[in-house]
Design a protein around this ligand. Structure first.
Ligand SMILES: *Cc1c(COP(=O)(O)O)cnc(C)c1O
Length: 299
């Protein structure tokens, strides 16, 4: 607990400093604690320190963890995942009634000691056969990068009577390493294709739609029942300075917001590059290592 507390202080200080340097309001930044590989007790502890947003990248691990967190918090009167996505006072199905958006921003930089509602984000590669399960606990699915996934998530959310917020994951690797030619996996990643795109840099399959495919995918999400288009997400390419990639993401976001003004979320920046992400307009920072320490084994 003391380790978490002191690392959280360091991360918050970094966020505030990065915001001031960029002449941005620190309260407009949302800290998402990436709790993958760490036990539910750590999530509960961070909740008690004022962190409200948590991200996971494996359904098998995250579903049970979210359930354990909610069981642990139930005594404090905290609602379960299905309850917390609707803003109190608005009737079911009202557009905008889905969950706090701007309203939960300031809480993320913290009001220590107050337990209210954890918000869960899915940030991993998503297979269609896991999509249904993910909608059972994730309020946001940040890793949507192909049309078939939109259909599957839409059906799953609708069946549950939930509204799931979606970010389009953008693949910035190709443009960051112009020497790398799109492989066959990338060609098939056009909307309607089933295969996840294959990232160019390093050859790792990390997912993401190419920037040129974002508008069509966004259109699909915006029209899909049970889904709300929240914005964009990206992971900086490996082995090159992150800032130009985040600048490109900002352009993709601006284009998206010209069509969908409410899709303001820009999820970018991790432990090592959060300053660059804030400088380029990130609204949501996904921080694992700097909060929890080094992960063992799993990426
Ligand atoms: C693990 C992970 C993070 C956090 O990375 P750190 O370097 O540990 O801060 C952020 N985003 C995604 C998609 C991840 O999988």
């Amino acid at each position: 607990m003391e380790g978490l507390r002191s690392r959280l202080t360091v991360v918050r200080d970094r966020l505030v400093t990065a915001a001031r340097t960029a002449e941005r309001d620190p309260d407009a930044l949302t800290l998402i604690a990436v709790s993958k590989t760490w036990p539910f007790e750590d999530v509960v502890a961070l909740c008690s320190l004022g962190v409200r947003h948590f991200a996971e990248n494996r359904e098998q691990e995250a579903g049970p963890k979210a359930a354990a967190v909610h069981a642990a918090l139930a005594g404090a009167g905290v609602p379960a995942p299905g309850d917390q996505i609707r803003r109190p006072g608005l009737p079911d199905g009202t557009p905008g009634a889905w969950f706090p958006s701007r309203a939960d921003g300031p809480a993320t930089l913290g009001s220590p000691g107050v337990l209210d509602v954890p918000v869960w984000h899915y940030v991993g590669q998503l297979q269609r056969n896991k999509a249904r399960a993910v909608t059972g606990w994730a309020h946001y699915v940040q890793s949507v990068d192909r049309a078939r996934l939109v259909e599957t998530l839409s059906r799953a959310a609708t069946e549950r009577g939930y509204i799931t917020a979606v970010c389009i994951q953008v693949n910035l690797d190709q443009e960051a390493s112009p020497g790398v030619r799109p492989g066959p996996g990338v060609q098939k990643s056009l909307p309607g294709g089933e295969n996840a795109p294959v990232a160019g840099a390093g050859g790792a399959a990390r997912g993401g739609a190419l920037p040129r495919d974002v508008p069509a995918l966004a259109e699909l999400v915006a029209r899909a029942e049970g889904l709300v288009l929240a914005g964009v997400m990206a992971v900086a390419p490996r082995g090159v300075p992150p800032r130009p990639a985040f600048a490109r993401l900002r352009e993709v976001s601006e284009r998206l917001r010209s069509d969908f003004p409410a899709a303001t979320m820009v999820s970018a920046g991790m432990s090592s590059d959060l300053e660059d992400a804030v400088a380029e307009g990130a609204t949501h920072l996904r921080i694992g290592t700097a909060l929890f320490g080094e992960r063992h084994g799993v990426p």
